[in-house]
Design a protein around this ligand. Sequence first.
Ligand code: ADP
Length: 417
Amino acid sequence: MDTFKVSKTLMDHVQNPRNNGRLKNYNGHAKITGPCGDTMEMWLFCEDQKVMQAHFTTTGCGPSYASGSMATCLAEGKMIPAAAQVSQRDILEALGGLPQDSEHCALLASDTLKAACEDYRRNGETDGRDPEKRTGDGAGSRRPGESEEDFRDRCRVQARLDRIGRKIVVLSGKGGVGKSTVAVNLAVALAQSGKRVGLIDADIHGPSVPTLMGLDGKTVRFEGGELVPVLSGGIKVLSIGFFLPDPDEAVIWRGPKKMGAIKQFLTDAAWGDLDFLIVDSPPGTGDEPLSVCQLIGNVDGALIVTTPQRVSTVDVRKSVTFCRRLNVPVLGVIENMSGYVCPHCGGEASLFKVGGGERMARDMKVPFLGSIPVDPAIGESGDAGRPFVSNGSDGKTARVFRKIAQDVMGLCAETRR
Ligand code: ADP
């Protein structure tokens, strides 16, 4: 009997199939049942003849999953004619082979891919249906008065966002309360828990994420028409700061230009598959955070950062009302700069009356996620461009950040999408 040596790639694609599951927005689709009785289904989302996303499902087992997974990986990024030519041999070679009696799975995957490419060609970009009646699943149908171009834009954003598990905005009623610090440390704590994380710095007044993450001076590459986020400790980061030769320039950008850039972060960035996308929103409850939330659409949850002073906690009320108006679930309130940790003795003292954030959260019937003290180590690590939780500290402040990350994961797991 022939012995078959299983390659590492094959094992990986069996245990961790890529692109598995139905795609919400697609313009190419095929479903084929092979002679073995397994049915494979594929969905393509293409733009200008290029396969932007390919997903599959199969009723088969290991080799069928590995073949669908590899076929969709090989198709993504290719032009339709090239994707349609991905053959059984290409899939087998890329997997490092399959047992002989399972090689038909690679044929089923290549046939299904070919048929999905054909479907796209037949239907063209508009799906072949009346654009007025066309639906882009997650993006819904074309809205009254919405132009075809805007609808396509929205479908494109939706197609990218479909690959992102949870989109969380970090809000604050006003600036300087530590919103970016919370966003950055939350992103790092989630990444430390093994999650795939992206971070958008949408704070167009003062994009501080590059500084807090030690990424000042980094620029963003364009590859194949896509923005490639800057990678830091496994986190994919995009900030307006990466586009400015001088950080002060952010202030003089006009609103529409800033919003255009943030829209591009959503429409044209190569985020790939993410478990969490954290968005550091502009402060306040005005037009800018409103536009950011609307651009993201279907925000999964908001974190509201406040400080203990009365003026700030009153802002929490406004932020909660803002979220409710937009139908964004409030994951919870975080009180930052609550008490002071002495760098010498580690003891804690109160600078202001603490607990206002918690009281306000209770009043507004939203969860309270924790208090972060004023800790000189946070300021120092921010200035040094090393997010506080990445320094491996197990002190009280680090534990609070990690608990917040755990709570966010728990709350997100509970909320139905
Ligand atoms: P925002 O995004 O709300 O404008 P930032 O997160 O940029 O605020 O924080 C403003 C400054 O305060 C930064 O220098 C940051 O390092 C510092 N900071 C934030 N939270 C704390 C804290 N708990 N202890 C000490 N410094 C802090």
